[in-house]
Design a protein around this ligand. Structure first.
Ligand SMILES: N[C@@H](CCC(=O)N[C@@H](CS)C(=O)NCC(=O)O)C(=O)O
Length: 316
């Protein structure tokens, strides 16, 4: 396990049996109503992201769709998380250096914010250039802030969390988060066959539920794009290219689900979305980085193939 322990980086930390460590995170919020010391301002905040990570992708998409590219700056880390230093800057196409703190590794950014930080060093990170600290490193919070607090500087026509749909969005978010966003990792990182068997069944049950929900519908909630779609899209767009093979989520392909496949392509083709999807980063990250963390003795459940389907006559 890679993590910071009281501000010291460990690239291969082993927890003892039954041992738990108290880990920290940053959960401040930016608020347009003046209730927080973090106010929305142009050129004040910086996002640290990876194009490989679905959680970071939520924030990249919100920044793009709300047209905040010139309001909130962004650094892109390398997809190679296998490096002993964890998330590192710039050695791959479409990555950038750390233009704000000049760091080589993301763990150094965490230490700048909190010199005795203990916990995992994850993306995304929302950094405040004014006070020199991390505002928040939880993607759900960052997505919500970009969606709702920056309307004075971005596209205020696009409401990703409209008041009248909040309850329904919260409800579907809770389902998609546990069963799908995290569900793919429960499958991929299952350490025993029994855990895997349960996890894969739950994941595909959840996909079946969403497939049914999307019958005759373009979006998850109402007839408009909301943050619920952003949160589902980032997992679905990675499904066949990464999770199916690298994380053993191979009962069915995304393309086997007519509604889910159509839905994912529809969102992919919305303006400004495709440019946020970097399949080379995604594949590199999941196939290269996680190899070794996956129990290859687990027998995958799929693929489900219809051997009884009639064969076509060969053409002569
Ligand atoms: N709860 C966090 C989780 C983010 C997360 O797990 N990011 C992964 C990449 S997909 C990461 O940075 N992992 C590094 C680690 O766990 O050490 C969020 O949603 O922002």
């Amino acid at each position: 396990m890679k993590l910071l322990l009281n501000g010291v980086w460990h690239c291969d930390f082993q927890l003892l049996e039954g041992e738990r460590i108290q880990t920290g995170s940053f959960r401040d919020v930016i608020s347009a109503d003046g209730s927080s010391r973090f106010q929305p301002e142009p050129d004040r905040y910086h996002l640290y992201v990876s194009f490989a990570c679905p959680f970071a992708h939520r924030t990249i998409l919100a920044r793009q769709l709300k047209r905040l590219e010139n309001v909130i700056s962004m650094s892109v880390l390398s997809p190679d998380w296998g490096d002993p230093n964890g998330w590192i800057f710039g050695n791959w196409d479409n990555t950038t250096p750390d233009t704000v703190n000049g760091c080589d590794y993301l763990h150094q950014v965490y230490i700048k914010a909190k010199p005795d930080f203990t916990g995992r060093v994850t993306v995304p990170v929302l950094w405040d250039k004014k006070t020199g600290t991390i505002v928040n490193n939880e993607s759900a919070d960052i997505l919500r802030m970009l969606a709702t607090e920056f309307d004075a500087f971005g596209n205020d026509m696009l409401e990703l969390y409209p008041k009248q749909l909040k309850a329904e969005i919260d409800q579907i978010n809770a389902f998609v988060s546990g069963r799908i966003n995290i569900g793919v990792y429960k499958v991929g990182f299952a350490s025993s066959q029994a855990d895997y068997d349960v996890a894969i069944e739950q994941l595909f049950d959840a996909l079946d539920t969403i497939e049914a929900r999307l019958t005759g519908k373009q979006y998850l909630v109402s007839d408009r794009l909301t943050e619920a779609d952003i949160r589902l899209f980032v997992t679905l767009v990675r499904f066949d290219v990464a999770y199916y093979g690298a994380l053993n989520c191979n009962l069915r392909h995304l393309t086997d689900y007519p509604n889910l496949w159509n839905y994912t392509r529809h969102i992919y083709h919305l303006p400004n979305v495709a440019q946020t999807v970097k399949f080379d980063h995604i594949k590199r990250h999941y196939y290269d980085t996680y190899e070794g963390m996956i129990n290859r003795r687990i027998v995958p459940k799929g693929p489900l193939l219809d051997w009884d389907a009639p064969s076509l006559q060969a053409c002569h």
